[in-house]
Design a protein around this ligand. Structure first.
Ligand SMILES: [Zn+2]
Length: 395
C-alpha cells in the first residue's frame, strides 16, 4: 500500500490481482517468451541482418537516397495544456504532451500518464541524439495529479530516467506499470511502487481516500467525494522490440495497454508495427490489391477480448523507409487497421510531431491518416483525429 498525493485529499493506493478475464489462447503458449528475453511470435515481424541495417543507414545516406526531413517552423502547433484543477471530470479527457506521451483524465478521478518523456533529446546522452523540433508543451510540475504512469517499453523516446525520477519526487506514491523485464531498471532508479506485467495480465489499482490532506499543492479539491477510485490496468501485445544499450535487445518486453476506470476504457497502443513490408518500387501502394502481407493478429485478439474501447491512442509516425521501419512502426494506414482491429470507437494519433526518428516529412502523418480513413470509409475528422501538442480532447 502507498499514499497518493492529490489536491485536498490523500489517497492510499493498493494494487491487487483481479479475477482473470478471458485472454487469448496464446497466453498458455507463451510464444513471445524466449531464453533470456522476448520475441514477436508472428509472420508480420521481421528481424534484420547487420548488412541490411548497414544498407538502411549508410548506403542510403551515401547514395543520397535517404532524406532528412525539414523541421523549420512552423510545423506542429504547440499550446499550453489546460489540466483540470481537481478530480471532477464529466467526460474522459486526453491531452497530448508530444510524441507518445498522453495524460488521461478519467471520469471518477483517475489520472494516468502514458510514456512520459520531458527531455529535449530522446537519447542516453543529454548532448547527442534526436532533439525536439517542437517545444515541450509544459513541465512535469504543471501536471496536478498523477496516479499511474504506464510505460510501453524501454526505448529512450518512451522511458526517460530524469522524467521518471522527477515524477517520483513530485508524486511520491504514484504507481508505475511496465511490461515484464523492466522491474530491475525501476528498482535501480529507486522506484519500488512498480508492477511489471506480461501480455494479457491485469491489475486492479484502488485509490482510497485517507483522512489526511495534502500539503504539496495550493489547489483545493473542494468537491472531492471521498469514495474509492478503482482502475483495471492491463498489459497487451504489440509488435515491437526493446533495448537501451547495445547488448540488451529484446531482453525486456514491450506492450500496449488497456486502462479502464469508471466505465471508460482507453487503449494505449504504445510503439508498434502491424505488417512487415518488403522494399517496393517508389510510389507503389503497399496496400494495393496485389499485396497480401501478413499483419499482426494480436490487435484483433485485443479487440475481441478487451474491446471495445472508448478511446485509442495509436502511433501514426516514424514509418519511412517502409522496408526497414514497417515491422516496428505503423504508418497511418496500419494505424487505421489497428484502430479497427482493437475496436476503438474514437482515436487520437501519437508518435509524431516531436523528434525526427525516420525519413518521412514531419507533417506527412496527419495527411496520410486522412487518406487512410477515407480509404476505409471512415469520416476524415471526428473519429481518428490528430491534435495540436498540448491540446485536450473530450470523449
Ligand atoms: Zn520503440
Amino acid at each position: 500500500m502507498s499514499l497518493v498525493a492529490t489536491a485536498g485529499l490523500l489517497y492510499s493506493a493498493t494494487v491487487s490481482i483481479p479475477k482473470p478475464r478471458t485472454a487469448s489462447e496464446d497466453v498458455g503458449l507463451k510464444s513471445h517468451h524466449v531464453k533470456g528475453g522476448f520475441q514477436n511470435p508472428w509472420d508480420s515481424w521481421k528481424t534484420f541482418t547487420f548488412t541490411s541495417i548497414l544498407y538502411a543507414f549508410l548506403w542510403r545516406r551515401l547514395t543520397g537516397e535517404s532524406k532528412a526531413p525539414d523541421t523549420k517552423p512552423p510545423t506542429v502547433p504547440v499550446q499550453k495544456p489546460q489540466f483540470l484543477p481537481d478530480r471532477n471530470t464529466p467526460k474522459l479527457r486526453a491531452t497530448w504532451l508530444g510524441h507518445a506521451c498522453y495524460y488521461v483524465e478519467f471520469p471518477g478521478g483517475l489520472r494516468v500518464l502514458f510514456d512520459p518523456v520531458f527531455e529535449d533529446r530522446c537519447s542516453p546522452l543529454s548532448w547527442l541524439g534526436p532533439k525536439r523540433y517542437t517545444e515541450m508543451p509544459c513541465k512535469i510540475e504543471d501536471i496536478p495529479f498523477v496516479d499511474a504512469v504506464v510505460i510501453s517499453h524501454n526505448h529512450y523516446d518512451h522511458l526517460s530516467y530524469p522524467t521518471i525520477k522527477q515524477l517520483k519526487e513530485r508524486h511520491p506514491n504514484c504507481h508505475f506499470f511496465a511490461p515484464l523485464g523492466n522491474k530491475k531498471w525501476f528498482s535501480e532508479s529507486g522506484i519500488s511502487n512498480m508492477t511489471e506485467l506480461d501480455w494479457w495480465e491485469e491489475r486492479e489499482l484502488t485509490l482510497s481516500p485517507t483522512n489526511q490532506s495534502q500539503a504539496v499543492t495550493k489547489l483545493e479539491d473542494t468537491k472531492a467525494t471521498g469514495s474509492d477510485i478503482v482502475a483495471r490496468i492491463g498489459c497487451l501485445p504489440c509488435q515491437h522490440t526493446s533495448n537501451r544499450g547495445l547488448l540488451d535487445r529484446s531482453k525486456s518486453l514491450w506492450g500496449s495497454w488497456s486502462v479502464e476506470s469508471n466505465g471508460q476504457k482507453v487503449y494505449f497502443a504504445g510503439d508498434t508495427g502491424y505488417r512487415a513490408v518488403p522494399e517496393l518500387p517508389k510510389g507503389v501502394d503497399d496496400y494495393g490489391p496485389e499485396y497480401k502481407f501478413p499483419h499482426c493478429p494480436a490487435f484483433a485478439q485485443v479487440g475481441a477480448l478487451r474491446g471495445p474501447f472508448h478511446l485509442g491512442l495509436i502511433p501514426i509516425g516514424a514509418y519511412d523507409p517502409r522496408f526497414f521501419m514497417s515491422p516496428m512502426h505503423a504508418d497511418p494506414h496500419d494505424a487505421v487497421n489497428i484502430f479497427k482491429d482493437t475496436k476503438c470507437q474514437k482515436a487520437l494519433g501519437m508518435h509524431w510531431g516531436t523528434w525526427v526518428l525516420t525519413e518521412e516529412d514531419v507533417l506527412e502523418p496527419p495527411k496520410k491518416l486522412r487518406e487512410a480513413l477515407k480509404r476505409n470509409g471512415i469520416a476524415e475528422t471526428g473519429v481518428f483525429d490528430v491534435c495540436d501538442i498540448g491540446a485536450s480532447l473530450e470523449f
